[in-house]
Write a protein that binds this ligand. Structure first.
Ligand code: PLP
Length: 447
């Protein structure tokens, strides 16, 4: 008899024959087939289950397959699947109202995009039209998207090969005490010196050149580094001094991830523009956007905004956002993320750091945490180089996965970023697996 080929194998073979994957050399790829997902768990083609401490690309804040969001998409599909952006539509209007409601006072308008990169593209375009200037400041340790412009605003290594010098990007060092560029010993020093550096960079580059400063409120992919108290307020002051539009990128940090609706809520700062995507509807249907403060919004009261997208404010995506935000409110999901970070995940990760010499630093809040893995705690030599990986990291990730835990990784870091709905028991289950995986990382340290 002919051998029986599983449906998972057919999916895998078809994928390998036809799907061109992101950020990868295609030939060596071995993608995992996912058959099912629910809450904080996934099941692969062999029926094995995994705790998802990645939230995929840090977007399933409400967890997988939340029934209320799935039902809202189904109802919207039956009612009005799609409509052009020029028309008014109840799902789009209500999504915009709810997004503006979670934003700081005075930020009442929302421009919808399909994701995070185009949100940043449009925010920068608005800033350029508003100021009549071109250049854009952004941090070296940052990620703002993969379009031609946003990959240049991004600091991480993926910019290098895509950098044609055409985006007007100028990079600065944001504060990061553990790997301080400023030889700081305290958060306060790091804050003051990072602000001095930014101010000096702007003065020497020419303040009149800058349209915008684009900054992740809490940098995500590049290391989850909550800024020291006073830093973002200082950035706001510098932007005001030089007439630069302040854009906070909340694509990853927004909508519950940090235990607040938006990460700016932790810092008492109001930017001119906020960009969002991911958690706004947990990626059930692609959606992003720009929340626009009064000053920039009024620029376009009588002047045409030269920008748009065919699917801006797509009804299915907006219905998913409405259901997501309402459900997060009704079920206290943002509060849960805060409590989990404060009472279970934060203390649990710090306990792992005490035990494992490979953990050089633990940073984060809510369900947004990074472990900085090092070969040597004294020198802080990373367990993989900037822009690369290493056998030590590969083996550590494999140990976690073999025992049913998926964690997010960049370079030498593990990011512990589960859905905001995670329970204390699920956190403890994941931490136990992580504990064993870190034994593997420890075996690569000098101690
Ligand atoms: N900005 C930040 C902070 C992000 O983390 C990302 C994606 O990870 C983006 C922008 C780009 O979003 P997208 O991939 O939806 O274009």
């Amino acid at each position: 008899a002919a051998p029986v080929i599983s449906t998972a194998q057919v999916t895998y073979d078809t994928d390998r024959a036809h799907v061109f994957h992101s950020w990868s050399a295609q030939k060596s790829l071995r993608p995992m087939v996912i058959e099912r997902s629910e809450g904080c768990r996934l099941w692969d083609g062999d029926g094995r289950s995994y705790l998802d401490f990645t939230s995929q690309l840090v977007f399933t804040n409400i967890g997988h397959q939340h029934p209320r969001v799935v039902a809202a998409i189904q109802e919207q599909a039956a009612k009005l699947c799609t409509i052009a952006p020029a028309h008014a539509n109840d799902a789009r209007a209500e999504a915009a109202r709810l997004v503006a409601e979670v934003a700081p006072d005075g930020m009442d308008k929302v421009f919808f995009t399909n994701g995070g990169a185009d949100a940043n593209e449009h925010a920068v375009r608005m800033a350029r039209l508003h100021t009549g200037r071109y250049k854009v400041l952004s941090a070296f340790r940052s990620y703002h998207g993969a379009t031609a412009e946003t990959i240049n605003f991004s600091g991480d290594h993926r910019r290098w090969i895509n950098d044609y010098g055409s985006a007007g990007a100028v990079h600065f060092h944001a504060p990061f005490l553990y790997r301080s560029e400023f030889h700081s010993e305290t958060e306060q020093q790091e804050c003051e010196r990072a602000l001095e550096h930014l101010d000096s960079l702007i003065r020497f580059e020419g303040p009149q050149a800058f349209a915008a400063l684009l900054i992740e409120t809490i940098p995500g992919t590049s290391g989850i580094m909550p800024p020291p108290p006073g830093y973002l307020a200082g950035v706001r002051e510098i932007c005001d001094r030089y007439g630069i539009v302040m854009i906070c990128d909340e694509v990853m940090a927004g909508f519950g991830r940090t235990g607040a609706w938006l990460a700016v809520d932790h810092y008492d700062v109001t930017p001119d523009l906020i960009t969002f995507a991911k958690g706004v509807n947990s990626g059930y249907v692609p959606l992003g956007g720009v929340i626009i403060g009064e000053r920039i919004a009024s620029t376009f009261d009588d002047r045409v905004y030269q920008g748009g997208l065919t699917y801006s404010g797509h009804p299915l995506a907006c219905a998913a956002a409405v259901a997501t935000i309402e459900t997060m409110r009704d079920e206290g999901i943002v509060e849960n993320a805060a409590a989990i970070g404060r009472d279970v995940l934060g203390p649990g990760l710090r306990a792992l750091a005490d035990k494992h010499p490979s953990v050089g630093d633990v940073r984060g809040l809510g369900v947004f945490w990074a472990l900085d893995l090092v070969r040597d705690r004294e020198t802080k030599e990373p367990l993989a180089p900037y822009g690369g990986t290493s056998p030590a990291i590969g083996e550590t990730l494999a140990a976690a996965k073999d025992n049913g835990l998926l964690v997010f990784n960049q370079y030498h870091r593990l990011h512990i970023v589960p859905p905001c709905i995670i329970t204390p028991d699920e956190v403890r289950e994941g931490l136990a697996i992580l504990d064993a995986a870190l034994d593997v990382a420890d075996s690569h340290t000098v101690s």
